[in-house]
Design a binder for this molecule. Structure first.
Ligand SMILES: Cc1cc2nc3c(=O)[nH]c(=O)nc-3n(C[C@H](O)[C@H](O)[C@H](O)COP(=O)(O)OP(=O)(O)OC[C@H]3O[C@@H](n4cnc5c(N)ncnc54)[C@H](O)[C@@H]3O)c2cc1C
Length: 434
C-alpha cells in the first residue's frame, strides 16, 4: 500500500480554510482524515445526553459525508488516543501526521505523548495554527513577556494584523489529494455510551446584519444582538480567519470580542495553572462561604434575583447564556454568595454548549476579581440596576422566569446590601493579609 498522510481533526471540524489540512494536502501524500472520540474527555461527562457530544457527532458525520462525496472517507475511532495511535500505525502505512494546535493543558500533554509515539516509529507529526489569529508568543510586550492586560494586548494585536494573517487556506484546490477509499463505519453514539438527542444548534451562517449592529445591540439579552457563533468557533465548524476578516471590515466592537478570545487562549497557554488556581495568588486566601444550599439555588435558578435566575434557567434549558448575563450570574455567585469561582466554572463547563476552557476560566476569574485583567474586587454588580439598564421591560426575565410575581417564585436568598458589604470585607481581609 502506498504511504499516506493523516489529518487528525480535533477542534477544526471543517474542510474549507483549514491550516493543517492544507499543509497535509500539499504534502504530496494522499490524505486520510481521522477523528478520535477521546475517552479521556468523554468518560468524565456525566450527562449522557450531553449536547456537545451530540453536536460533535453531527458535525463529524457531516465531515465524513463531505469526504465521501470526494471519494475519500473519515476514519472515526473511539478510545484513548495513546492506544488508538499505536494501533493505527500498525494498520496503515502512515508516513506523516498533521493536526491543528490546541492550547489547553490536557491537549498539550496529549499531543506531546502522541508526538513521542509517532517519532519512535519514524512518523513526522506537524502542527499548525488554526484556532486563533495570533498564538503563543506572536503578540508579546516589547520586553518579550506575555501581555496580561487586554487593552495594550489588543492594540499590539491590531498593529500586527495584516492580510497575511486573515487569508484563507485554499484547501479546495487540493481536494483531489484525499486518499481514495470506500466509506468506513462510524461507532454510534449509543455504542459510546451517549444518547442521541434532537436539539437545534445555532446556525453556522455568519449573521452579517447582527455584526453590523453589534455595538448597539450586544448588551441586551432579550434581543438577538450577538452572533451565537461561539459553538462554531469552539469546534472549528467555522474559520476564525473568515470571521475575523469580516469583522475587521464590518464592526470593530465585534473584532474586539474575537481578540478577547485570542487573549484568553494566549493567557491559558502561558499560565496553564489558571484553571485550578487564582491568577493573582492572594485571591486564593479568600475565605469562601461555599454554602451548598445557596449553590444549588444558583444552579437551579432559584436565588430570588430574577435576572440571575433567568440566566441560569436559559443555561439549563439551552446550553447558552448571553454574555451580559454570564457576567451578572458569575459576579452574583462569587460576590453575593461568596462561593468559590471554581464551582461556577465547573458548572458552566458541564452545561455550556460553547464551553471553552480558556474563555470560561478567563470569564470566571474576571468576575471573581482574581484574574489577570479582572474587575476590581469592590466592583459588585447590582442585579437590580443591571436589569434596569439591560432588560428594562423584563422581556428576558419573563421569558426565562415565567413564575415571576407568583407565589411560586422564591424570596431573595441573600440581601443585596448585606451581601455587598460582606464581600467587600471578606475580599479586603484576604488581600490585606501578609
Ligand atoms: C463567566 C463567563 C464565562 C464564559 N465562558 C465562555 C466559554 O466557556 N466559551 C466561550 O466561547 N465564551 C465564554 N464566555 C464569553 C462570552 O460570554 C461568550 O463567548 C459569548 O456569550 C458567546 O455568544 P456569541 O457567540 O453570541 O458571542 P458574540 O458576542 O457574538 O461574540 C463573538 C465571539 O467572540 C468571542 N467572545 C465574545 N466575548 C468573549 C469573551 N468575553 N471572552 C472570550 N471570547 C469572547 C466568542 O468566540 C464569540 O462567539 C464567558 C464569559 C463569562 C463572563
Amino acid at each position: 500500500m502506498e504511504k499516506i498522510a493523516i489529518h487528525w481533526f480535533r477542534r477544526d471540524l471543517r474542510l474549507e480554510d483549514n491550516a493543517a489540512l492544507y499543509h497535509a494536502l500539499k504534502s504530496g501524500l494522499p490524505v486520510l482524515g481521522l477523528f478520535i472520540f477521546d475517552r479521556h474527555i468523554l468518560d468524565k461527562l456525566q450527562d449522557k445526553t450531553d449536547r456537545r457530544v451530540n453536536f460533535i457527532y453531527q458535525e463529524v458525520k457531516r465531515l465524513k459525508a463531505e469526504l465521501e462525496k470526494l471519494g475519500s472517507t473519515l476514519l472515526v475511532k473511539y478510545g484513548f488516543p495513546e492506544e488508538v495511535w499505536p494501533q493505527l500505525t500498525e494498520e496503515l502505512p502512515i508516513s506523516q501526521v498533521f493536526a491543528n494546535r490546541d492550547y489547553e493543558p490536557y491537549a498539550q500533554k496529549r499531543d506531546k505523548q502522541i508526538y513521542d509515539i509517532l517519532q519512535s516509529k519514524g512518523i513526522k507529526f506537524t502542527g499548525a495554527k488554526d484556532h486563533v489569529i495570533f498564538e503563543k508568543n506572536e503578540v508579546l510586550k516589547d520586553n518579550g513577556q506575555p501581555y496580561t492586560v487586554y487593552t495594550p494586548y489588543s492594540r499590539k494585536w491590531k498593529e500586527k494584523l495584516n492580510d497575511f494573517y486573515l487569508k484563507s487556506y485554499p484547501t479546495q484546490a487540493y481536494f483531489s489529494n484525499f486518499y481514495k477509499s470506500n466509506p468506513k463505519p462510524i461507532p454510534t453514539l449509543e455504542e459510546m455510551g451517549f444518547v442521541t438527542t434532537s436539539y437545534e444548534y445555532p446556525s453556522r451562517e455568519i449573521p452579517m446584519g447582527i455584526l453590523q449592529n453589534y455595538h448597539l445591540k450586544r448588551d441586551f439579552p432579550a434581543t438577538q444582538g450577538t452572533s451565537r457563533l461561539s459553538v462554531h468557533l469552539r469546534f472549528g465548524t467555522i474559520s476564525i480567519r473568515t470571521l475575523a476578516r469580516l469583522a475587521a471590515s464590518t464592526n470593530e466592537k465585534y473584532l474586539n470580542e474575537l481578540i478577547w478570545r485570542d487573549f484568553y487562549q494566549m493567557i491559558l497557554y502561558h499560565f496553564p495553572y489558571i484553571p485550578d488556581k487564582a491568577f493573582k495568588p492572594e485571591y486564593d486566601r479568600i475565605q469562601w462561604e461555599n454554602n451548598e444550599d445557596h449553590f444549588k439555588a444558583w444552579c437551579e435558578g432559584r436565588t430570588g434575583y430574577p435576572i440571575v435566575d433567568a440566566g441560569m434557567s436559559e443555561l439549563n434549558a439551552t446550553g447558552f447564556m448571553h454574555n451580559r448575563v454570564r457576567m451578572i450570574v458569575s459576579s452574583f455567585l462569587t460576590k453575593h454568595l461568596l462561593i468559590d469561582w471554581r464551582w461556577g466554572e465547573q458548572y458552566f463547563a458541564a452545561k455550556l454548549l460553547d464551553y471553552e476552557m480558556a474563555s470560561n476560566v478567563g470569564g470566571w476569574q474576571w468576575a471573581a476579581g482574581s484574574g489577570n485583567d479582572a474587575a476590581p474586587y469592590f466592583r459588585i454588580f447590582n442585579p437590580a440596576l443591571q436589569t434596569e439598564k439591560f432588560d428594562k421591560h423584563l422581556d428576558y426575565v419573563k421569558k426565562w422566569v415565567p413564575e415571576l410575581n407568583t407565589s411560586a417564585y422564591p424570596k431573595p436568598i441573600v440581601d443585596h446590601t448585606f451581601a455587598r458589604n460582606r464581600a467587600i470585607e471578606r475580599y479586603k481581609k484576604a488581600l490585606e493579609q501578609k
